[in-house]
Write a protein that binds this ligand. Structure first.
Ligand code: HEC
Length: 154
């Protein structure tokens, strides 16, 4: 009798446990839904960052072409504009991310910083109206473009 009672008690106690387990079970997909939505947010941010990185490369290319033309044709005004464009194109590079070798993101950003420094050297050479020195400074810039592409371009 007392044994039976105990079993009944256990049975009745067990029901709320099953109910609780059921609630927890339902709650699991609900909580995992939260982070999934959050991921979508970062994905959108990622798209924006990728687009700006893509535009940056187009601007880099334009600036590099202006500089090459300026050096070849001995055109200081065009050289000045090209260097300014390169400098401006670096703005906001902190948000860029490599598509591959993501673990080496520090190295990726160091290359941008180095590009900024070398752009400074180029501007100084152009300001001194020294196109041969500008040509060397320009070559040192292309070195960084090439180094980053070799390591991080898809
Ligand atoms: C810190 C890394 C880094 C540096 C520095 C860099 N690039 Fe790039 N570049 C990339 C990556 C990554 C890609 C491919 C993906 C993309 O376009 O975002 C790329 C792609 C390009 C493209 C292909 C066009 C395109 O949008 O796919 C051009 C042109 C380009 N870069 C020009 C340059 C020039 C010119 C320089 C130097 C003045 C330069 N890049 C410096 C990382 C870099």
């Amino acid at each position: 009798m007392s044994m039976e009672l105990n079993l009944m008690t256990i049975f009745h106690r067990a029901i709320p446990i099953f109910v609780l387990a059921g609630i927890l079970f339902l709650a699991v997909p609900a909580t995992s839904h939260g982070p999934a939505e959050h991921k979508e947010g970062t994905h959108a941010d990622h798209e924006v960052a990728m687009k700006s990185q893509h535009e940056r490369m187009a601007n880099f290319k334009e600036a590099a072409e202006m500089l090459a033309d300026a050096i070849i044709h001995n055109a200081p005004k065009l050289a000045h504009d090209g260097a300014e464009k390169l400098d401006r194109s670096l703005d906001g590079h902190e948000k860029d991310m490599p598509h591959k070798n993501r673990a080496r993101v520090k190295e990726f950003h160091r290359l941008y910083v180095e590009l900024g420094k070398r752009t400074g050297n180029l501007k100084a050479a152009i300001k001194a109206d020294d196109l041969p020195r500008s040509a060397v400074a320009y070559g040192r810039i292309l070195e960084i473009c090439a180094a980053c592409h070799r390591k991080f371009r898809d």
